[in-house]
Design a binder for this molecule. Structure first.
Ligand code: PLP
Length: 449
């Protein structure tokens, strides 16, 4: 990395003067000025380098600046940088084909959006129009995006400020054994009771009023809670029974994160609509979309779909998707996530859990892992309260600072840290990340009972 603190100071000053940042109290943040990035690392203008355990916001699935994808974007820019959505364009056609080839079942039509939230918006609109029903059921402990409908579906505190702005959303509890809402002691009990709870919720809401059930296949930001075997198949059955559209949100879990192309592949389940974004092109150019079943596509066969956007299927973004998907296939990147997940990440995190009293649970699959930090392993009291801020969040802030000092950029959300590096991370990088977490967890340990 080149060292140029003066340039860094100028970047920072203009940011502080003019950039309004997401989800933040503008005067209370201190964004790091980033000079560059490559593979699993990025660095600042002082030359300090970080191993990125977050993949940005869990989207740089092939790391930063992958030369094949950068070249594909350059090539597309030289040939046809942009073109309106109503035309058939090579990069768009090919991206749709490569995605449809990988999505489960008959999800063979692709509607492109600019990102994940608008993919969710459109999935919900499609479900409402397809069924003629108003309501959407979604889970507590979920994140579906920052736009009006998507944030109302979201089950985390970021929803509260926008509550009521979109009608017809009902939240329910999805399974999560470690913090079971159902007094379950086993995954089997958790699964059965969560399904019963969902059935009851639908009965009391009125099955004829529910257009869609929206679930992250494996909730991501909310804590990487892989559902117990049988849960998603059970939801599929409930949807079929009541004519409800089953939407799986694979914006974070999709495109290799779990060691499969889609998390739905782990459960052998096919939704009616599947949303994606992030990993589809590693976020090199904004892109998201909805994969649509035959039946729903048919609804809009003769009747126009009332929705669209200027940049739907943007050629630069689609060229990046084509190159990303082909590169992932050529370089065995999905297999790498599965293999290193099983052989290095999981045993490494479990070893950390044994050594550190602050670790309550380690859970995940592929390159998609959560470490849940607690004050007390017996009571499972979280290291910081739900939605803690300021002084109440001091233990997690101290953990995060220690991780950065140790040379990694950690994903920190509430009382959890997630281990979500790029999927083409190397074994030695994973070990470097685990060693840094080991150091940072010793700081978290100081806050345990
Ligand atoms: N859905 C899920 C599961 C997500 O994790 C996210 C983003 O983190 C979104 C939707 C929203 O995507 P975007 O930020 O691209 O709008």
């Amino acid at each position: 990395p080149q060292i140029d603190p003066q340039a860094g100071a100028a970047v920072k000053a203009a940011d502080r003067a003019h950039v309004f940042h997401s989800w933040s109290a503008q005067e209370l943040i201190d964004p790091l000025a980033v000079a560059g990035a490559e593979g699993s690392y990025f660095w600042d203008y002082d030359g300090k380098r970080y191993l990125d355990l977050t993949s940005g916001l869990v989207y740089t699935n092939i790391g930063y600046q992958h030369p094949k994808v950068v070249a594909a974007i350059q090539d597309q820019a030289a040939r046809l940088t942009t073109f309106a959505p109503a035309f058939a364009i090579e990069a768009r056609s090919e991206a749709a084909r490569l995605i449809a080839e990988r999505t489960p079942g008959d999800l063979d039509k692709i509607f492109f959006t600019n990102g994940g939230a608008d993919a969710v918006e459109h999935a919900v609109r499609m479900a409402r129009l397809h069924t003629g029903r108003p309501k959407v059921l979604a889970a507590y402990r979920s994140y579906h995006g920052g736009t009006q409908q998507a944030i109302n579906i979201t089950g985390d505190p970021r929803r509260w400020a926008s509550d009521g702005a979109a009608a017809g959303v009902v939240h329910f509890w999805a399974p999560f054994l470690y913090r079971s809402r159902f007094y379950a002691r086993t995954q089997e009990e958790e699964c059965a009771r969560a399904l019963e709870h969902l059935e009851t919720t639908i009965a009391f809401e009125g099955p004829g009023t529910v257009a869609a059930i929206v679930l992250e296949t494996i909730p991501g930001t909310a804590g990487i809670m892989a559902p117990p075997p049988g849960y998603l198949a059970g939801v599929r059955e409930i949807c079929d029974k009541h004519g409800i559209v089953f939407v799986l949100d694979e914006v974070m879990a999709g495109f290799g994160r779990t060691g499969e192309w889609f998390a739905a592949d782990l459960y052998d389940v096919t939704p009616d609509l599947m949303t994606f974004a992030k990993g589809v092109n590693s976020g090199y150019v904004p892109l998201g979309g909805v994969a649509i079943s035959g039946a729903i596509a048919e609804t809009f066969g003769k009747r126009p779909y009332p929705g669209g956007l200027t940049y739907s299927g943007h050629p630069l973004a689609c060229a990046a998707a084509v190159a990303t998907i082909n590169t992932m296939a050529e370089e065995g990147i999905v297999e790498n996530a599965r293999h290193l997940g099983e052989t290095v990440v999981e045993p490494g995190l479990r070893a950390l859990a044994e050594r550190h009293p602050s670790v309550g649970e380690v859970r995940g699959v592929g390159m998609f892992w959560a470490v849940e930090l607690v004050r007390n392993r017996e009571t499972r009291e979280p290291l910081v309260p739900y939605n803690a801020a300021g002084e109440a969040n001091a233990p997690m802030a101290a953990f995060g600072a220690a991780a950065k000092k140790a040379g990694v950029w950690p994903f920190v959300n509430m009382n959890r840290t997630h281990f979500v590096p790029p999927l083409n991370v190397s074994e030695s990088e994973v070990k470097e990340g685990l060693a840094a977490l080991d150091t940072a967890l010793s700081v978290a340990d100081e806050y345990t009972d």
